[in-house]
Design a protein around this ligand. Sequence first.
Ligand code: DC
Length: 236
Amino acid sequence: MRELIVAIDGPSGAGKSTLSRRLAKELGYVNINTGALYRTVALAATRKMVDLTDEAALGRLAREIIIEFVRPETGERVIFDGEDVSEAIRTPEISCLTSRISAYPEVRRALNELQRKLGSQGGVVLEGRDIGTVVFPQAEVKFFLSASAEERGRRRNDELKARGILVELEKTIAAVEARDAADSAREHAPLTQAADAMVIDSTAMSIEEVLQKMVTVVQQRRRLAGLAEPVMELGR
Ligand code: DC
């Protein structure tokens, strides 16, 4: 029996990245941040001067691109073309471009294949927008993480501030709402909740509270699947 596939979907700023990373660490699973894949394609397109309206060219780029995740003690880094692009892919401009290029089915097809290659062995936590609905509809555990737009804007602003990028809160909230609307309204793989996903509203919850809830659900599911207790619980 293989270890589980855990999907965490939801809008931007709901806490997916932090929780996905923490949950993976807690379970000894591999964390796959799929937004980083879309973001790196957007960054590569601007650097290689690919026409952002040329779907076929963007699809080719997404199929050929080599993206590496490295995990030093200091946190996860994203490497593209030998360069650490972890910060470069998170500017507001790239966020906006990513939302545009991720609407193309050719781009999504290429990145879906890549995600399935990375995750099908199990023992993974994937976070994104369509993991539980499109990429891994057979995932054993699905979470849909949400929070109010105001709270998500505040969190995104804090993240940007930590990187030295200062943006007015109202602008960030408006950008979060605009991106949600675009991600939800797009024709292909819009942001939707899987019918069998557990919805967690994190607006008034701490990271630790959400994490505990997630760990409990995954461990229950592991037991149901007949998987051995995780290493961290063996000593109890
Ligand atoms: O999670 P994030 O904010 O890093 O995602 C960046 C953009 O990529 C977001 O606008 C939606 C898109 N995305 C997607 O369409 N599908 C995914 N699985 C992950 C991200």
